[in-house]
Write a protein that binds this ligand. Sequence first.
Ligand code: COA
Length: 455
Amino acid sequence: MSEQVSTLTVTDNRTGRTYEVPIKDGAVRAADLRKIKVDDSDFGLMAYDPAFTNTASCRSAITFIDGEAGILRYRGYPIQELAEKSSFLEVAYLLLAGELPTREELATWEDEITHHTMVHESIKKFIDGFHHDAHPMGMLVSTVGALSTFYPDAKQIKDPGLRRLQIVRLIAKITTLAAYSYRHSVGFPYVYPDNDLSYAGNFLNMLWKATELKYEPDPVLEHALDVLFILHADHEQNCSANAMRAVGSSEADPFSAAAAAIAALYGPLHGGANEQVLRMLREIGSPENIPAFIAQVKDGKKKLMGFGHRVYKNYDPRARVIRQIADEVFKVTGTSPLLDLAMELERIALEDEYFVSRRLYPNVDFYTGIIYQAMGFPVEMFPVLFAIGRMPGWLAQWEEGLLDPEQKIARPRQIYIGHGERPYVPMSERSQTAAEDVDAIAAQAAQAAPDRPLR
Ligand code: COA
């Protein structure tokens, strides 16, 4: 990346004054715009950028994406190569330490993670307290956040040794919390971690072990899950990484920040998309219904879930790897009619002018849901699997933010568009309008979810 400093010259047509603003790494500093003022009492020019579509919030050395070219690299290594040659824990080490581990470093790292997978027994009581149909993502947000109460030393975020300990705890324990949430939802007893197994293999053990003395994961499924975790491990400044950094910037402990990141991932536009893809495919039902569905998407009535991306305006490189993994998984599990449907939907969409002109391609979520379903996961577990994979990325982003001397507590500006100061209205003089609005909103909400029991 060029270190050359050049400048931007801007003329403020309100005053006729001209300013010079430095350009570094293809960006101007928004704070440099503040000197552009109409007069001394003016606050200065701000940059308005809802959803941060053109604002860099940090300098980062972790993940590189070229959305136009469909490139994704962690610490300089192409995602395809990491997926083919590395294990998930090796990639987690790479993201956090900046370099691939030596054989000894990897062995120590794997040993550390393996020996931190147990959770405090009280966690089980929390999980027992959830409704039997509680969404596992809701349980994960809560239990990851709750870990902070078990590890008060996590508050010491300036201590490198303690930071590393929490990092190990989070990567290790998220699989246990995820598996316990699943076992609770199906009414099965919790399974303790098995230290003989790999990261992905142990997770499968904690999910699926029944009465056998020793659970033996299917090597193809174990490998597929490991690769899927690699593909999800980081994606630079996405919504959840931004949440992790923002909460971390207040110097909250990493368990609380990770709970916020998981909450961000829970939304259907982010980590919930693969769940939505499967629901969408079920709704379409069979290939002859695809054209009618596409017509609804083009009319703006539906969204083609698993298509489109804020940064990729090309085929998501992760989606390519996933197509290969799908073939391996289906050899073990048997093929799925949903896969045929998804492939046909992709073929039709990629030939359609609407999707072509908007550069909407399949993203990572388009095929993951079908693979997860074939592996036996209920749809509610899909975003949970995403969260497990993303944990090292969140932690690398969090630590990089903390160590960056340019960072402060995250606090965007706003453009206030509300009332100016106005006289207070005593109760006796208020119109009914505000109260009627509240009633109308409540009535609407009740209509939208008429059969939802109150809890
Ligand atoms: N289906 C149909 N139309 C879509 C679409 C989709 N999945 N994604 C984007 N578009 C359309 C928008 O309606 C818009 O059309 P317009 O220009 O006629 O208004 C255009 O493409 C640009 O989309 P925009 O909403 O500006 O893109 P974005 O960068 O804000 O949104 C996503 C990115 C990911 C939120 C969006 O593509 C989406 O909702 N995809 C489905 C959910 C999903 O798969 N998320 C997982 C991401 S890994």
